[in-house]
Design a protein around this ligand. Sequence first.
Ligand code: ATP
Length: 445
Amino acid sequence: MVMQTLHIGIDDTDSPNRGCTTYVAALLAERLRGIGATFIDYPNLIRLNPNVPWKTRGNGAVCLRIMCEEDTITEIKEVAIDTVEENSDMGYEGTDPGIVFLAEKEIPEEIENFSAKAITGILNLKEAFKIIKKFRVEAVGFKKARGIIGALAAVGETLKEDHTFELIAYRKPENYGQRRRIDLNSVMEMDRATFPETFNNVDPETGRILITPRGPDPILFGVRGETPEIVKKAFQMIRNLEPIERWIIFRTNHGTDAHLKRIESLSQIKPYNPVIATGKVASKPMVIPRRHVIFTIKDGSAEVHCAAYEPTGDLRKVAAKLIEGDIVEVYGGVRPPSNGRPITINLEKLRVLRLAPLIVYQNPPCPTCGRRLKTMGKNKGFRCEKCGSKHPNLSKVAIELKRDLSEGLYITSPRSQRHLTKPLTRYGREKKNFTVELIPNWCHP
Ligand code: ATP
């Protein structure tokens, strides 16, 4: 009996109207287990660049990594292709499903590099096909086949370093589109009992529950955490008030900041590429309609707009307190110029590295009686209202005020964090040198 490793990447199966690529992965995982495949990892849910303009929602792709008997490979591929075909929204114009099969134990470095670029930048199908031809990769695409990019990228991201887990529970089809029914108190209890091993269950600013999505997709809720055990425990604590059809645990790059790539100078920013950049605040923050805050930063190479939008919550308030001369590190996606607005970094995080002194100029005190002097007009000196003395040669004095802001890291509120944004609670919990061990029950029986 010859055993074979097979990586199956899938992407672009859903539309804003229905479906979810994670659901296709959950169905396929059950079917593959049913025909004797052994999983060598949790299904991987890989979030790719959150700033690609053609994503449906969170730009997620999946990869199932299995061992199987060599003579079952053809059947397994057929089951995978059928599962994708049956469960994709083929009628929707922008849905272009892709499936990729790689029958290798080790992932070639070029495919890993392709994945890194798919998470931090923009790729095209030609680049994907170049790699597919070079290695023993098989790809199946439907319609325009754009999903092959994400499917190949999911295969190449093996989450060797930092990663997290998400348990996703799915609804029964008859409930799709209706309000999601779970006991909110049980979510609060779960949050208290598992924090900080689970994260982003609740938005602390608004009290809003974040584990339930809002659209017509099949997800009832998803709980994110550091280990498979903790997301399983959290799942068991949540009381669902509508039936759960199935559930599964994914290993993911959620909450790892994998999308953010440091650039050396501001002139290197490119539309749709998420960045980390350092600069000096060059203009006073402006609050524009809808309470968004805009300011600019500069270095020796360029000056760039940064925006903290209203839903970023506390981050917006922090941005509004910046002054010219502050040194900051900004983290976020780059929006191309549009409607007369220049290229802009949409902030996810802001690190205040050094606060500039806040100087105000005041009238000097009276040298005779100490009372603060009144001005006699521009360049005409000062006079004292109390003792009547005049001081034509005195000038204003500089006073340093205390800043209402501290140096440190500020992150957009959990309700507006991207899937990939590392929340504050994960700092210091980053994983290294991980070896996969599957817990006995990691998916619906
Ligand atoms: P989900 O809803 O599952 O979270 P999504 O639906 O938002 O994800 P998709 O429907 O998968 O996103 O659409 C994204 C499309 O963009 C896919 O076809 C994918 O192959 C492609 N894609 C993803 N990342 C990149 C990238 N960095 N460069 C080019 N194309 C990409």
